[in-house]
Design a protein around this ligand. Structure first.
Ligand code: MF3
Ligand code: CO
Length: 255
């Protein structure tokens, strides 16, 4: 079932989205050479607690994870594309990290991901981040009332693949609301004009991921959570929660 959200419900999701954006800002500000992923998770916990919000990831146990999730953020470094666990790993100069976080307010969730580099950045990493952000922006622009779900994936793959990067379609976006993961699935790659009709009140997380090596293959790490590029190349993940309204798409995961 797909549940359309009222303006009031979307407003509450925007509050949750502001908490997610605050987590991103705090984690980005705390990340540096020698800082552990666990420490970043603690920074995120504090932000969520102080906002009196809930952490959507903590204890979440989807089919694609080995255990109930132990943290409040996913920290995916370099060749880890998605769902990297906040371990004792300490960030090194030049690392590329994606920070994924979802929070809820009054039972309404918002989900978002940012990617950035630590210390001296490599030009090719900055380009990968920029193209991923452009890929997400193209997907959001295509989230128009009266359009189709496939318009979003078509727009995203045109940008991401057009730049020569690898993409995968098994982990894409999702409906979001009273639960973090709801119907419908939001593919990263799809055919324009196909799929579900996009209506005002539909709220979705759009979350493309790109692999620098250009290959589509990914592998699951032995920790049962980390989704890694198959060729070990660096990868990036970005995400916003977006409400489709009569006036077009509205991003809910901004400060
Ligand atoms: N934004 C990620 C997704 O929608 C969240 C993963 S949830 C986790 O796939 F808690 F299970 F990691
Ligand atoms: Co998500």
């Amino acid at each position: 079932m797909i549940e359309l959200k009222s303006a009031g419900e979307i407003e509450t999701m925007r509050e949750a989205g502001r908490v997610v954006a605050a987590v991103h800002a705090a984690v980005r500000g705390s990340a540096g050479v020698g800082v552990s992923l666990q420490q970043l998770d603690e920074v995120a916990r504090t932000v969520i607690e102080e906002a009196r919000a809930g952490a959507s990831f903590l204890g979440y146990h989807p089919s694609f994870g080995a255990t109930p999730y132990p943290g409040v953020i996913c920290t995916s470094v370099n060749g880890v594309m998605l769902h990297g666990l906040p371990t004792s790993y300490r960030l090194r100069d030049g690392d590329l990290i994606s920070v994924d976080c979802a929070a809820y307010v009054d039972g309404w969730h918002a989900d978002g991901t940012v990617s950035f580099t630590v210390g001296h950045s490599r030009a090719e990493d900055l380009k990968l981040i920029r193209v991923a952000e452009e890929t997400l922006a193209a997907g959001i622009e295509a989230a128009l009332p009266g359009g189709r779900m496939g318009d979003i994936g078509h727009a995203m793959s045109t940008v991401g693949r057009g730049a020569g990067y690898g993409m995968q379609n098994d982990f894409g976006g999702h409906g979001i609301g009273r639960a973090m993961h709801e119907s419908p699935f939001v593919p990263n790659e799809a055919h324009r004009g196909r799929g579900l009709r996009l209506r005002p009140g539909l709220v979705i997380a759009i979350e493309p991921s790109l692999m620098a090596g250009g290959d589509d293959e990914y592998v699951m790490a032995s920790d049962g959570w980390s989704v890694c590029s198959g060729d070990g190349s660096r990868s990036v993940h970005v995400e916003h929660t977006v409400a489709i309204t009569e006036n077009g798409p509205v991003i809910l995961t901004l400060p």
